[in-house]
Ligand binder design. Structure first.
Ligand code: V47
Length: 364
């Protein structure tokens, strides 16, 4: 196989990967532009195996999107709606509690909570929501609020980001998801989400969370107007932040879904680009422990294949995914754990049910 990689012109990168040397942005360009997807998968698989052996993780989780009312109204997003829009909604704390209560008979270990940037819900609503979820399900891990939401809540509360996070943690926040990162490039933010917190701002919130002991994830929304260089600069910024704090758990590439968005003229991503983003992120983000193939975005079949291209995690049961489905995702809104186990086993990996922090709960 090494001779095959050398014949593909990737011998130097293979040597670096084998020696655990950091790849440069120029290496990243070579990888993204390379037509041989199997060669990229082989390289990414070396890193995946070194970090995660033959394990592929999944979690028993539940998504709750408390409100889609949003002041940012990003062009790529079909979920966010202006206040007063016929499709806008907001849940009361009691309604969020009901959602969690409805699934008490399932062995859910994580509730994933995100929403839009609501213009007038007070900070106390978020505190009450966290306390309310823990009241209904005391042992559950709450992974909630993107860096963009945290920044917004700090403004609503007139507190520093650090103090906002302290109060949220005190109310039950256990970790943060990776959304809102999009592509850090100011050019992309200006063109697609001009009101959103800057890339630097996003990274500052994440690093502040890490310094307080909170783990977070990171994402990149790809497949619209971003260039290969902008993707690589995004990886570089994440890699440098991780060098500083070590607080990121997983990176999740998010495939752009154009339907019902203000960027609907774009085509959906292809399977090859989806696999490339898994493989190149695995190779560039050498200090990230996990790369997630989020089946909601790519479909369970391609997420399964991604386990041979650098991914070691399939996310989870999810149930009631809304954000991508409003943008035309044709996947299910939930997967049973038996399906996840079957997908992982057939990919030749050992299925591991994990908690949010990647502690092993069961192996199959
Ligand atoms: O922040 C918005 C993205 C994110 C679209 O941390 C879109 O484990 C595709 O971040 N097409 C929310 N993507 C989802 C997210 C996430 C999901 C699962 C696990 C984790 C984790 C994080 O979805 C948003 C935005 O970046 N998004 N619109 C769209 N049309």
């Amino acid at each position: 196989m090494d001779a095959y990689i050398e014949q593909a012109g990737l011998g130097q990168i293979l040597a670096k990967v084998r020696n655990g040397e950091r790849l440069t942005l120029a290496d990243g360009q070579t990888l993204y532009r390379h037509p041989n997807i199997l060669a990229l998968g082989y390289l990414a698989n070396i890193v995946r195996e070194r970090l995660n052996d033959n394990l592929a993780f999944f979690i028993y989780n539940q998504h709750v999107n408390y409100s889609n009312i949003c002041t940012n109204l990003c062009k790529f997003c079909a979920f966010g709606k202006e206040k007063g829009h016929t499709l806008s909604y907001e849940m009361t704390v009691a309604e969020v509690q009901d959602k969690v209560r409805q699934r008490l008979d399932e062995p859910i270990t994580e509730v994933h909570i995100v929403g839009g940037l609501h213009p007038d819900l007070p900070f106390s609503y978020y505190i009450d929501m966290l306390r309310g979820v823990k009241e209904v399900r005391p042992d559950v891990h709450i992974q909630a609020f993107t860096c963009v939401e945290i920044h917004h809540l700090a403004q609503m509360a007139r507190l520093s980001v650090e103090e906002t996070l302290r109060q949220l943690v005190d109310a039950g926040l256990d970790s943060m998801p990776g959304g809102g990162a999009e592509v850090f490039s100011p050019r992309i933010r200006q063109a697609t989400c001009e009101r959103k917190l800057s890339g630097e701002g996003w990274l500052e919130v994440a690093k502040t969370a890490h310094r307080l002991g909170l783990k977070t994830n990171a994402t990149m929304l790809y497949g619209h107007i971003e260039t290969v260089d902008e993707r690589l600069e995004h990886f570089d910024a994440l890699r440098r932040a991780q060098d500083e704090t070590g607080g990121f758990l997983a990176f999740i590439p998010l495939a752009f879904h154009p339907k019902n968005t203000n960027m609907a003229e774009h085509a959906s991503t292809t399977g090859i680009d989806d696999l490339k983003n898994i493989a190149v992120s695995r190779l560039m983000l050498d200090n990230f422990p996990h790369i997630k193939a989020y089946w909601v975005m790519t479909g369970p079949k391609l997420a399964q294949v991604a386990l041979a291209f650098g991914a070691d995690d399939m996310d989870g049961t999810v149930k009631e995914e809304v954000i991508t489905h409003m943008a035309g995702a044709e996947t299910e809104q939930a997967l049973g754990h038996k399906t996840l186990i079957r997908l992982i086993k057939e990919a030749g990996r050992q299925p591991v049910q994990r908690d949010t922090l990647y502690n092993v709960l069961a192996t199959y």
